[in-house]
Ligand binder design. Structure first.
Ligand SMILES: [Cu+2]
Length: 408
């Protein structure tokens, strides 16, 4: 087949970017306004919302190569299942590389840190109470995930971008039947070894009503796939167990090597992070306060939100420990989807939601103890793990600040 030059160029450009063409403003008219309760219908709504966000992001990007972020250089983050086996393997190889690389943190600061991968885990443990249920939650995790992606690329030769875990897909397929978690060599490893006689995990405490969550289909060490021999070195700090108790190893920064455990729990994925949960989160919450609270689960409401839904659907250790959760490499695919969900929501009202009105909250967990409001000027610091100290305003857009990426 022969192609003329302009067709060939056009094909090349579209293959490189795989971006939908900018749509006319009429696209808004077809956007769903009410979340469908039927998950198949909600799933197509999520597709529509995602395509709309892509078209807006695409039309806001210039084709001028002089702009720092333009159509030609924008990074595209993709869903795990849409990657080829080769791309999946390149990603997990890079994660294994980070786990084999020397830490930047000296053991005088984080005694248990043994690798570059652990630098990120230690940083998250250290800042946990200042980055969840705070004004910085979404932006902090956006930056954290971005810097992790950059480390994979710059320190481990990875040439792709951060993939994400679309929970709505695994809610429909079942976790162990999904390409992310089927335990094959091209997955993020799968379930843990089956442990019998497990009871519920019980969340709540601190005066809140108990929230029992069912155990999953594994519970023991991950037995196959790229991370079957992985060591979790840090934590736990507040690990919820399947006998209703919680266990900790002090501040979690000591050296405590153990296997990676998972307890994949379809019931949690399906209850808190199905397609309807995602679409409803995006469409029903019009301000950032509601959006981020519903996403994390309003304490005492009986919901753990899509954020908790993903974390507790992984289960295991460190999956069920808010502090140490980045110790499971799946964390970054989960937070890729958290970021994608925020990105879609932001693009529905870009001006408002990427500016000062797109921030709500303070610098402490549910403002306890009370602290100053988070603003566009609030600094975000990942310590020695990665990056420079940036401000909230640098993190509000994935294309207008130092970032240059979108989601497909
Ligand atoms: Cu976190």
């Amino acid at each position: 087949m022969r192609l003329n030059a302009s067709v060939a160029l056009c094909l090349l450009t579209s293959a490189a970017n795989a971006l939908p063409q900018p749509q006319q403003p009429a696209a808004t008219a077809t956007l769903p306004s009410e979340p469908a309760s039927d998950t198949a219908a909600a799933s197509s709504q999520l597709d529509e919302l995602s395509k709309y966000a892509q078209s807006l992001a695409n039309s806001s990007l210039t084709s001028s190569k002089r702009a720092a972020c333009n159509i030609a250089n924008v990074a595209i983050r993709r869903e795990w299942g849409s990657l080829s086996n080769k791309e999946r393997k390149a990603y997990t190889d890079a994660v294994l590389c980070l786990q084999a690389k020397k830490a930047r943190y000296p053991t005088s600061i984080f005694p248990g840190v043994r690798s570059r991968f652990d630098d990120f885990v230690g940083t998250h443990i250290n800042q946990t109470t200042f980055i969840h249920y705070t004004g910085t939650f979404l932006a902090w995790h956006r930056y954290f995930t971005y810097e992790y992606e950059q480390s994979l690329r710059n320190e481990c030769g990875y040439t792709g971008y951060q993939p994400y875990w679309d929970w709505s897909k695994t809610a429909a397929s079942g976790l162990t039947k999904s390409p992310i978690l089927d335990g094959s060599q091209f997955s993020m490893s799968g379930d843990g070894e089956f442990v019998s006689g497990k009871g519920n995990v019980v969340l709540g405490g601190n005066g809140l009503p108990d929230l029992p969550l069912p155990p999953g289909s594994g519970g023991g060490c991950v037995k196959s796939g790229p991370f079957k021999d992985m060591k979790v070195n840090l934590g736990p700090v507040a690990l919820a167990l399947t006998d209703g108790t919680t266990v900790s190893n002090g501040d979690g920064l000591g050296y405590n090597p153990r296997c990676l455990k998972r307890d994949l729990t379809d019931a949690i994925n399906q209850r808190f992070a199905n397609a309807s949960s995602v679409v409803s989160l995006i469409l029903k919450n019009k301000n950032i306060y509601d959006f981020q609270m519903v996403m994390q689960g309003i304490p005492g409401s009986g919901s753990i939100g899509v954020h908790g839904g993903g974390h507790y659907a992984m289960g295991g250790d460190p999956g069920r420990d808010v502090f140490t959760s980045p110790g499971d490499p799946l964390f970054y695919l989960h937070h890729g989807m958290i970021d994608r969900t925020w990105w879609i929501w932001q693009l529905l009202d870009q001006k408002e939601r990427t500016g000062a009105k797109g921030i709500s909250g303070t610098g402490t967990f549910l403002n306890t103890p009370p602290s100053a409001n988070t603003t566009l000027e609030t600094p975000i610091d990942l310590g020695l793990a990665a990056g420079t100290v940036v401000k909230m305003k640098d993190l509000m857009s994935t294309t207008a600040g130092p970032f240059c990426y979108i989601y497909l």
